[in-house]
Every structure is written in C-alpha cells, then in structure tokens.
Design a protein around this ligand. Sequence first.
Ligand SMILES: *Cc1c(COP(=O)(O)O)cnc(C)c1O
Length: 375
Amino acid sequence: MEYRDLKKQYQVLKADIDAGITDCCTKAQFIGGAPVKELEQQLAEYCGVKHCISCANGTDALQLPLMVWGIGAGDVVFVPDFTYFSSGEVVGAVGATPVFVDVDPATYNMDPVKLGEAIEKVLSDGKYTPKAVIAVDLFGLPADFDAIRPICKKYGLYLLEDGAQGFGGELHGAKACSFGDISTTSFFPAKPVGCYGDGGAIFTNNDEWADLLRSYAVHGKGADKYDNIRIGMNSRLDTVQAAVLKVKVKAFSDYELADINKVAKLYTELFEGTDLVLPFIPDDYLSSWAQYTVRLPKSVDRADLQAKLKEKGIPSMIYYKKPMHKQGAFAGTYSENADCPVTDEICDTVLSLPLDPYKTEADVKAVVEAIKAYL
Ligand SMILES: *Cc1c(COP(=O)(O)O)cnc(C)c1O
C-alpha cells in the first residue's frame, strides 16, 4: 500500500497531465506563460481571493509576505509549536524571532487562549515587538480564525495563514487560503494538491501587497526583472508545474476533496470504540485531510506498532516527532523558551495513516484491522 498514492492518481489523470507537459516542451515555455497565468486565476477563483501569486515552494510563500510587511530584527512572529519546520524557519530567515504557541489537543491547531498569553508575555518582557501571527491549517483543518482574527486585530498584528496543508479546507463555507491578511499554500507532491516537484502560492485581497509580492518573488523587480528596486528572491512556479497543477486542481475540486472526506469518514467509523484519539473536525469546518492522524494510548510502543504495520505492507508516518521549540535551530534563543505541554505530549503519541482520495474500502479496512489486532 502507498502512503499517499500518487502513482494511482497519475494513471487516472495521465492523458491530461501528459498533454499539459508536452505542450510546455513543444512550445519551449518553461518560465511564466499562459499555464501560470491560468493557474493563478483558477486558484484565486477556487479560494475566493482577489490575487493569487504563484511561487517556487510553500516556504518561500511564507517568507515573501514577511518581507512585504518589513518584518525583521527585533520583531516577534507567533507560530504554533506543532507544525512543519518551515512555519518557524521563515521567521528566523528574515531575522525576526519566532515565539511558539501551544496547540489545542483536539484540533492540533494554535490555541487562541495560549496565543493571547504569549503576546502578553512578549509585551511584558519588553525585548521584542509583536508583529504577526502565522496560523497553520494543520493536517487539512483550518485554524480557529474566529478566535485568532480578533486577537490579531486587538494587538495590531498581521495574520498570515499557512495553508500548506489546508488547501481545500473550509470554515463557515469559505475556503482555506482566504482567512489571512495574506495566505499561502504549498504544492509539494504529498500535499492535498501537489505538483511534480516544488511549488507554492500566495493569496491576498490587498492590491498593494500583491504588487509587492510579485516584485519580491522576482528579484525585487520594478518595471521589469532587469530594473531592480529592492532585494528580493528568485521564486517562480515552473510552467510545467503550472500545467500539472491545472489538471490536479480541477480533479481536486471535481471529486478528490469529496472522495478523501469519504475515506477519512470510513476510518473514523471503523475506529469507533477503540482507545485511539481520532481526528476532530469542529462544526462548520471541512478538512482537506492532508493527514489522517490518530493518537495512540501512552502504553503503546509506537515504533513497534509501525514495524508490525510495515511487515503487513502498511506505511505510517509521524507528523511531528519534535516540538518546534525543541528544534536545534532555536537552541539558546528566545524562541526555545516556550511552555507547550500539549505539543510535548502529542509529539510522543501521534501516528499518521495511509490516506488519499483513491483508497478503497478494502485498503481502509486492512489498516484498521491491523491496528485493532495490535491494540
Ligand atoms: C509543507 C509545509 C510547508 C512548506 O512547504 P514547501 O513547499 O515544502 O516549502 C510550510 N508549512 C507547512 C505547515 C507545511 O506542511
């Protein structure tokens, strides 16, 4: 069994994907061009946001808004403690200081109460200036924007939605990547919508920021890329990737998102009554299921379970083993001084299971039976 079956997906979408790639090669169009423009329009429409700016990957997508907002040395950006490294890495990359905030034990997303406490603590320490919040839509579930947005407003902080795993998710019927002042996503192959390499996109309704993002993403360009008015990056989405994504986004919106929700629902039904802590989707939220992550009882030897599953041909992953504040990159900095007991505990007990829109009922049953037998 594949953890996320991109081979099967390719077989289903092969004719259209091959045609898209061949078209780029035939026209020798590898940077920019119609596929990139069309994809940006398709993504902006899907998410219900005015501007979509594609870029090279989901990490650059997070860093570019921080550059646009002029965030740097002396500034603090609040980041959940339970996330992929990029969410905090970009803060350090622009010279600012990430402050890690504990997560909600049911949704795994940033705990708004803890966010308020972390902001107050930074203010009372007086060493750094709070500037922004990076709210991550972890495992496909949008963050608690109903609570986080008012906190950002109260303290005058920018809200950056890290939708690298959230693309396709919904809150009150609105799509992920529309909840931040600026929002971002990643098209890394294993994400809800992935390309055939690295890719990313940035979303905003703000015209001025959209212009600045396009400039920073292409060497700080002015009138053109040979007129350079600020220090930027080289962060473009390849034309070939845009051609692949046009097909993938359509399949995702036509049926993949619905199908992956069916697969996740079946997992949850079949696991009912076990000692596992199952994913929790609050009312009026839709997850795009970047991961189906369960929590094991503390008594279970996770590595042994993974080994036994592997013997049966069932892959599993641990997202994430280490809290952000314990990453070596932050050792000895203000960022390591986080009090995040929830993250500490879930890092030791989470297990993510094989999931994609193409899994069959038999696949799900095989995984569930193997885990039940072990427990
Ligand atoms: C994958 C991921 C990123 C980074 O995306 P890349 O395209 O790999 O650079 C950022 N944040 C989160 C939460 C992610 O899962």
